[in-house]
Design a protein around this ligand. Structure first.
Ligand SMILES: [Zn+2]
Length: 369
């Protein structure tokens, strides 16, 4: 089966995965069913991307032994485009893997995906992709473009207010996704003109980053101010899980348009122990569970798409690297950036600066003499 030099085709597995519904815990079933169709055709002896004769009835898929599933995943994982890059991303492979498990489970069979050989192979596929695909950092220009696609600050719907707060905080505090997910309302402390203090990573046991307290100063304009966005989001509460009860779809306009909301009096009845960014389906229902990495990426991808940015580049890593690069360009010392991001050393910042040809500016220490 020759797979390496197949022409690019607009449809196929890749398109099916790319068109996956963006929101909803069970919204992926249609995508899973599509993926299973491709698996069934492969079981019938077709190559990936082969033209299938009309009227062909694919084989029943489940149950399949792990070795067959492993062969299929390996074949997908090895397939390359004509420019030598992998055709299927880690997430495409993850979706395929999950769809096969899903197909087994719904027919009452043991999902083959938990087999150690498959788990090991999936880790290997991921590592190969990380090693060969350098991440393109998301710069300030892109962030501004994304913000411009959300409703104006203070007037937005519940969903738009959450997304604005989430985007700005994730970027300006350079949060890893598990750090963002773990944040509670009580981890914020608003200090007026001194901005907002965010307590990051406390209570996370498996984070690769250090827990820290990050200060985010008020933005140059209210529309791009992280503290203002958080004030506007918290003003939507009382929200309760199961619905966006108590908060109108378009929450009350906050006074002081054109002025910073973060400097004046604020009132919010958000309980301190609540997740700062609960999961939300279609801006209608709040789910009392931490934002998963997948849910966070879906928010980024949804807002990014609205701003005309390709979904592939909107990963959490690209987001964090963008912040670090902007901070270097802004003249921050490498050690300060590392502390802000929770890195144990300045090495990751230095490496990134080298990769992009940026140098650290010399800082001055004044003791007031
Ligand atoms: Zn502000």
């Amino acid at each position: 089966m020759e797979l390496a030099n197949e022409p690019e085709e607009p449809g196929g597995l890749e398109a099916a995965i790319e068109s996956a519904p963006l929101i909803g815990a069970n919204g992926g079933n249609a995508t899973y069913a599509r993926c299973i169709e491709f698996f069934a055709l492969w079981l019938d002896g077709f190559g990936i991307g082969d033209v299938v004769p009309a009227g062909h009835q694919p084989a029943v898929t489940a149950p399949r032994p792990p070795r067959v599933v492993l062969r299929y995943l390996t074949e997908l994982a090895s397939e390359k485009r004509t420019d030598g890059t992998f055709r299927y991303s880690s997430s495409a492979l993850n979706v395929t893997h999950a769809s096969i498990n899903w197909d087994h489970a719904r027919h009452g069979f043991v999902p083959p995906g938990a087999d150690p050989s498959i788990e090991q192979a999936m880790r290997h596929f991921r590592r190969m992709r990380e090693a060969t695909a350098p991440v393109e950092p998301i710069n300030l220009h892109v962030v501004r473009k994304m913000l411009s696609c959300l409703d104006p600050l203070g007037e937005g719907t519940v969903g738009a207010r959450r997304d604005r707060g989430l985007l700005l905080l994730a970027y300006s505090a350079s949060l890893a996704h598990q750090e963002l997910a773990a944040l509670q309302v009580g981890d914020l402390r608003f200090e007026g003109e001194a901005g907002v203090l965010v307590s990051v990573g406390h209570g996370l046991t498996e984070s690769r980053r250090r827990s820290r307290t990050v200060r985010i100063l008020p933005g140059a304009r209210p529309g791009s101010c992280t503290a203002c966005a958080l004030v506007a989001w918290l003003a939507c509460w009382p929200l309760s899980y199961g619905s966006v009860k108590g908060a109108p779809r378009s929450p009350a306009r906050l006074s002081g348009s054109g002025a910073h909301l973060c400097v004046g009096e604020q009132s919010s009845s958000a309980p301190l122990g609540a997740f700062l960014f609960p999961q939300m389906t279609g801006s209608r229902t709040l789910i009392e569970s931490p934002l998963t990495p997948g849910a966070l990426e879906r928010v980024l991808v949804r807002v990014g798409r609205a701003a005309g940015i390709k979904a592939k580049g909107l990963t959490c890593t690209a987001w964090r690297l963008g912040f670090v690069l902007e901070a270097i360009k802004g003249g921050a010392a490498f050690s300060d950036i590392s502390l802000h991001c929770g890195y144990a050393t300045s090495k990751p910042v230095k490496e990134l600066a080298d990769r992009f040809g940026l140098v650290e500016r010399h800082t001055t220490v004044s003791i007031g003499l």
